[in-house]
Design a protein around this ligand. Structure first.
Ligand code: MLC
Ligand code: AMP
Length: 503
């Protein structure tokens, strides 16, 4: 039976004793081992009486078993919904409810808090811990290592990834099998991945970058990965000589460059360094080339679209640009107000269309209509221009978004929390430059008349409710927020004023 995602990423490796995952402890998981694990997990999932199309919400640490759960969902026709390990129980409640998940898989440490939420949702709750233990694997280990993939077509949904909006709650971006496959196969060709590749994989596997770019590309090419639980500088330096390629957010590159042990010698065996998820400073690009002789290949994508553009493998990788639209992606720059295409070279809203573009937001037809045009163009929210040579430049964001170390933070979510705190009249959250994370959030508060907000208590509240990466790095009380004649807070003025807070 046909199941294109499973067949083309996983099934092609059936019976192969070739390495797939090299673990930091020196162990290797072969393709055959991995597929055994996936089949056992698929059997376990089906045993929970899940139906094709059901959502499986997964908040677990990175491990081979966690990755096999992705494969198992593909094999069993279930929709994989990975969640940032930093999310608090309060944040998770929304995702579980909104997606109407049928199964929630979490770490033991989170299961107590999630149990009532899962019960209220009529969802099953199983555990999977960083070391592969937990109720899910316990059950899977008793299953057969064979599972006939559930029949699916390319149009069927494979995954939901939640992405926040400038206003309101997070939206579940629905990605079809074709969305994932078309992008993976394009990237293998564009970036020349092959079975000889060993990718140094230190990204989390709950976002587009680590899961759909890095992992799918390695799967589609038959290569292997040095699979690290997280970015650890010592591990990176120790293992880089065994790798041929690396994908990372800009923080990976600045951290490597910040360590004198990172030399051209360590990177000699490498064929390709790729950066994305946030802007790579031209200065980082240049320092990296001076140190190693390698020019980083920068590409541009997002949750709703996977990858849209890439600098060329052969040809000039231009610092400060994200390269050309991928072969099957159309890109245009439009007037944000009218939607009309602008003359070449002008700055406007980037819109993209192609087989990579998602199917819409889960149960949010108005949001889908607002961002995904009827003719298939997706309004990215990124402002950019295309230069005379065809290179795309991202020059800013039309959406109010902060990217810290590759994680997105929507100021609105923080502002709503800050506005609710005792003694706070109003607030504005801005991203300011940060040497390690690129940008970091700062909360600017205006006190109610006569009140003195307790900043420590407010910070503690934010820490209790929001994932660690979203915590404001600093809270500052101002007399008033600058506003334009329309009454809109002038965040640009605030960003300028506080630009040097951390640099
Ligand atoms: C961790 N922390 C962060 C953070 N990551 N804070 C702000 N921003 C981040 N990105 C917290 C930690 O919990 C810790 O809290 C403290 O900050 C310092 O931790 P650290 O040890 O310095 O951080 P580390 O764990 O090393 O993580 C940093 C990182 C990681 C950059 C390696 O964030 C990372 O792997 N980022 C990649 C994100 C990513 O994959 N993005 C792709 C999205 S897909 P405490 O309390 O312990 O001090 C996408 C589409 C596309 O955007 O185009 O790719
Ligand atoms: P996400 O929705 O988490 O997938 O984040 C996607 C956003 O990250 C994009 O809309 C861009 O704003 C940003 N982004 C991704 N890659 C790059 C890049 N190479 N340069 C600048 N911004 C990027």
């Amino acid at each position: 039976m046909s199941n294109p995602l499973y067949d083309r990423l996983f099934g092609i490796h059936a019976g192969k004793d070739t390495p797939f995952l090299h673990l930091p402890n020196g162990q290797t998981v072969t393709h055959a081992d991995f597929l055994d694990m996936s089949a056992r997990l698929a059997n376990a999932l089906i045993g929970y009486e899940l139906e094709p199309g059901d959502r499986v919400a997964v908040q677990v640490e990175k491990s081979p078993e966690a990755l096999a759960l992705y494969a198992a969902c593909a094999q069993a026709g279930l929709i994989f919904l990975p969640l940032n390990t930093g999310y608090t129980t309060a944040e998770l409640q929304y995702f579980i409810e909104n997606s109407e998940a049928a199964l929630v898989v979490c770490d033991n440490a989170k299961s107590k808090g999630l149990a009532p939420i899962a019960t209220a949702q009529n969802a099953r709750l199983e555990t999977l811990n960083a070391d592969g233990s937990g109720s899910l694997m316990r059950r899977a280990l008793g299953m057969l290592p064979a599972f006939e993939p559930v029949r699916r077509s390319e149009e069927d949904l494979a995954a939901f990834l939640y992405t926040s909006g400038t206003t309101g709650r997070s939206k579940g971006a629905m990605l079809s099998q074709a969305n994932l496959l078309s992008n993976a196969e394009t990237l293998v060709r564009e970036w020349r991945f092959s079975a000889d590749d060993v990718l140094l994989h230190a990204l989390p596997i709950f976002h587009t970058h680590g899961l759909f770019v890095a992992t799918n590309v390695v799967l589609a090419s038959g290569g292997s990965m040095i699979f690290l639980p997280k970015f650890d500088l010592d591990d990176m330096l120790r293992l880089m000589p065994q790798a041929t390629s690396m994908m990372g957010v800009p923080t990976f590159y600045t951290r490597l460059l910040g360590d004198d042990r990172f030399t051209g010698d360590l990177a000699r065996h490498m064929r390709l360094f790729i950066s994305g998820s946030a802007p790579l400073l031209a200065e980082t690009h240049e320092r990296f080339e001076t140190r190693t002789g390698h020019r980083i290949l920068e590409r541009y994508g997002m949750t709703e679209t996977n990858m849209n553009t890439s600098n060329p493998y052969d040809g000039e990788r231009r610092a400060g640009t994200v390269g050309f639209p991928l072969p099957d992606v159309e890109l245009k720059v439009t007037d944000p107000e009218s939607g009309e295409t602008l003359p070449q070279g002008e700055i406007g809203m980037i819109e993209v269309r192609g087989p990579n573009v998602f199917q819409g937001y889960w149960q949010m037809p108005e949001k889908t209509t607002a961002e995904l045009r009827e003719d298939g163009f997706f309004i990215t929210g990124d402002l950019g221009r295309v230069d005379a040579d065809g290179y795309v430049h991202i020059v800013g964001r039309g959406k109010d978004l902060i990217i810290s170390g590759g994680f997105n933070i929507y100021p609105k979510e923080l502002e709503m929390l800050l506005d609710d705190q005792p003694g706070v009249l109003e607030s504005a959250v801005i991203g300011v430059p940060h040497p390690d994370f690129g940008e970091t959030p700062v909360g600017l508060l205006v006190a109610e008349p006569g009140a003195t907000p307790d900043l420590d208590a407010i910070m503690a509240r934010a820490q209790a409710e929001l994932a660690r990466f979203k915590h404001p790095r600093k809270l500052i009380v101002l007399d008033a927020l600058p506003r334009n004649t329309m009454g809109k807070v002038q965040k640009n003025a605030l960003r300028e004023r506080f630009a040097e807070l951390f640099t």
